[in-house]
Write a protein that binds this ligand. Sequence first.
Ligand code: CO8
Length: 257
Amino acid sequence: MAYENILTEKRGKVGLITLNRPKALNALSSALMAEVATALDAFEKDERIGCVVLTGSEKAFAAGADIKEMQPLDFARAYLTDFITPWDRVARNRKPVIAAVAGYALGGGCELAMMCDFIIAADNARFGQPEITLGVVPGAGGTQRLTRFVGKSKAMEMCLTGRMMDAEEAERAGLVSRIVPLDDLMEEVMKVAEKIADFSLPVTMMVKESVNRAYETTLAEGIRFERRMFHASFATDDQSEGMGAFVEKRSPQFRNK
Ligand code: CO8
């Protein structure tokens, strides 16, 4: 399918989505986000794909929702069209999604990165929720996900002031899993994605579902959920292959990739 705002590519078992509106610093228009959803649907259906990487340019992962599209919106239109809600598709992806973030990840761009399963940042990455400077509240999960990532004090300060965090602060605060030099970003992220895609796909999906459960429920319920997933993993051929390979001192060949 031909896209106007993104590029997609399959690299082995990894599906790569690159946001591609360079003139607008990858501002997230509704059209762009609809294309991201379509690309995710295609990778989700493709049995050869085991992990997805979402990235932008060296200057901007995404500088936010498209302010020029939002500027004429009024309440009735935002409410009636359920503006922003289709973005939730990214957080609902069942296969793992890694955000490879270089440059600006602001507003909706920061929120989009946080919808992914984890963020690997280039050393020039900058994160922020500057919506307050535009007279609006973050609208795609910023007040909720950022608070869960970095805690109340830092999330509150960032959302109330619009201040940007650099990559080092973002790593210290737990927003990103690690920082790599800008020139190595895609190579490093692809290595991580390939590693994940080489494991058993149903098991990686169960791991993702289980970790996400930690955000949605009590500890006792989360542990009960994890136990069910753990028991279920013994129903896959990949459990006997993985454990058999360890015992036989060889590399596992997972079938359900
Ligand atoms: N939307 C639309 N266009 C944008 C955006 C954006 N978010 N960001 C940058 N652009 C455009 C600029 O207008 C400019 O276009 P042009 O060349 O036609 O003038 C081009 O991209 C390049 O930008 P700059 O010249 O500004 O580049 P600089 O390097 O000087 O500055 C910045 C980079 C600091 C990133 C700057 O562009 C900036 O501050 N951008 C806006 C950041 C921002 O405020 N983001 C939050 C947007 S709001 C949001 O994401 C969530 C809203 C949820 C609402 C929910 C409602 C229901």
